[in-house]
Design a protein around this ligand. Structure first.
Ligand code: BES
Ligand code: MN
Ligand code: ZN
Length: 519
């Protein structure tokens, strides 16, 4: 355990809990077919109209909940919550109720979000019993496991550097809570949950990396976090500056040269399928801090640029998830780790660099650095591994936030099938993506007078010209680019996230792999 870490994700029965993942509360989840209500907190579900399941009888024998619903206006709307101090005769001190809405119209990603809403009701409880029982809904193993998954995601908060734990925590408490989930499908749910827990760990790892301040998470420290995946059976190589020089990664190195902290390229391989199966590949932008370099950013809000490694964090979290759940796929993760700083040796606007591909780039704006890092990381990945497809993730442009806000990532692809699968995985996980165009007219905008290309287009279509730039480094590989500037960081709180670092991309890509590339 690292210093200042408050707790480790856990679930009972615990299966090899990896370190590297923290949350404000340790939730120990167990499943049972039946159980007595906790003497502290019972959580019930209610369908629309406030209709309760059979479990309510034992929790609320005097039936005061109906009255409480009337007073509070609680109608069982999906993810609405209400709570009461239990009446005399109840075995629990407190009863919380989570609405599931209309049983006939399930919500996308509904069970995880319901679990998140339930976790938001834990308060200071040390023990809680959740009864997954509601009229008109068959709650299977998958639903129960998703519910537990949502609880884990909601419980995370970044409080490693708070020396007074829990006092002003969003959940109002720190420490351990034992949650018993009572569900008819308990035995099967426990099995399903093992995989869900692996994915949760991946999401929380990604959030943790994004939340860490840049003074404590430089390229070397990030590379060490990637190396830790070795414990899960991931093969990890870390390329040094010298090795990258030898490979001719002039684009990535040009960005890195303004920082006293040297760059790294981490290569992660999870071999979960037979050797002869072509790997799938994921490439992440890992700018641990982006000052803009000599084309410097304004002071206001610059602190957010500690999150400019959200793409690399998602790739690392995804590799964790795939390995921890032993996905039957061969997957590659490549992350380019650099710091974009201002310095006597920092690159200048107008500099011309030669990328590993041999193509030359005129750097007209040192703040358009992410594409320079990715140009070499993508080329290296495709050249070495010849993957079935490559997907890159990057907090690449402010323009994508102007276009799509914070609720969709920008999707660019040269392959309709891959794009369609990403769109579908996005709807299933509610990590949504929205496709934007590519085309020769846009590509032309990055032609340069002095080199093969320049690293900025004009005023318009900034996310598109950034994507066109990347496309010049993918050869004919099936490729997709996810611009996650609006979704990975500065994110609003949701049922399953307390905000800022969302871990965006881990669930999306785990789902993409699970639904299309395993077996
Ligand atoms: N890391 C930024 C993009 C970004 C902005 C991410 C806001 C998250 C929130 C990227 O390196 C950048 O600075 N992009 C420039 C590109 C421009 C110079 C062509 C931008 O978006 O302004
Ligand atoms: Mn930048
Ligand atoms: Zn950047």
């Amino acid at each position: 355990m690292r210093a200042g870490r408050s707790a480790v994700v856990s679930a009972a029965p615990a299966a090899g809990i990896p370190s590297g993942v923290v949350m404000s509360r340790t939730i120990e989840i167990s499943f049972a077919r039946s159980a007595k209500p906790s003497d502290e907190l019972s959580v019930l579900l209610a369908a629309d109209g406030g209709r309760l399941g059979a479990a309510a009888q034992a929790v609320d024998p005097s039936g005061v909940l109906a009255r409480a619903f009337r007073i509070s206006g609680f109608r069982g709307k999906a993810r609405a919550t209400t709570e009461i101090v239990a009446a005399q005769g109840s075995p629990s001190d407190r009863i919380a109720v989570v609405g599931v809405g209309d049983p006939a119209s399930p919500q996308p990603d509904g069970w995880a979000r319901l679990g998140g809403a339930a976790a938001g009701q834990l308060g200071k409880a040390r023990k809680a019993t959740v009864f997954l029982d509601v009229p008109g809904i068959e709650i299977g193993a998958r639903e129960a496991a998703d519910f537990a998954f949502g609880m884990l995601l909601r419980a995370y908060s970044f409080d490693r550097y708070k020396t007074k734990k829990g006092e002003d925590d969003a959940n109002g408490a720190a420490g351990k809570v034992a949650v018993t989930i009572v569900a008819a499908a308990a035995t099967a749910a426990k099995k399903e949950f093992a995989a869900a827990q692996a994915v949760a760990e991946g999401v929380l790892l990604a959030r943790d990396l994004v939340n860490e301040p840049a003074n404590l998470l430089g390229p070397l420290e990030f590379a060490e976090r990637a190396r830790e995946l070795g414990r899960l059976g991931v093969k990890v190589e870390i390329l040094t500056e010298k090795e990258m020089k030898k490979l001719g990664m002039g684009a990535l190195l040009g960005v890195a040269q303004g920082s006293v902290r040297p760059p790294r390229l981490a290569v992660m391989q999870w071999n979960g399928a037979p050797r002869n199966r072509r790997p799938v590949a994921f490439v992440g932008k890992g700018v641990v801090f982006d000052t803009g370099g000599n084309s410097m950013k304004p002071a206001s809000g610059m602190e957010d640029m500690k999150g400019d490694m959200g793409g690399a964090a998602a790739v690392t979290g995804l590799m964790h998830a795939l390995a921890a759940r032993k996905a039957t796929v061969n997957a590659i993760g490549v992350i380019g780790l650099v710091e974009n700083m201002v310095d006597g040796n920092a690159q200048r606007p107008g500099d011309i660099v030669t990328s590993m591909s041999g193509q030359t780039i005129e750097v007209l704006n040192t703040d358009a650095e992410g594409r320079l890092v990715l140009a070499d990381a993508i080329w290296y990945c495709i050249d070495r591994f010849k993957p079935a497809f490559a997907i890159d993730l990057a907090t690449l442009t402010g323009a994508v936030m102007v276009a799509l806000g914070q609720h969709h990532a920008g999707l660019f692809s040269n392959n309709d099938e891959l794009a369609g699968r990403l769109l579908a995985a996005g709807l299933a996980t509610q990590e949504r993506v929205w496709r934007l165009p590519l085309g020769p007219e846009y590509d032309k905008l990055i032609d340069s007078k002095n080199a093969d290309m320049k690293n900025i287009g004009g005023r318009y279509g900034g996310s598109i010209t950034a994507a066109q730039f990347l496309q010049r480094f993918v050869k004919d590989t099936a490729w997709a680019h996810l611009d996650i500037a609006g979704t990975a960081m500065g994110s609003p709180a949701t049922e399953i996230s307390q905000g800022w670092a969302s871990g965006f991309g881990v669930r999306l890509l785990d789902r993409l792999v699970r639904d299309n590339y395993e077996g």
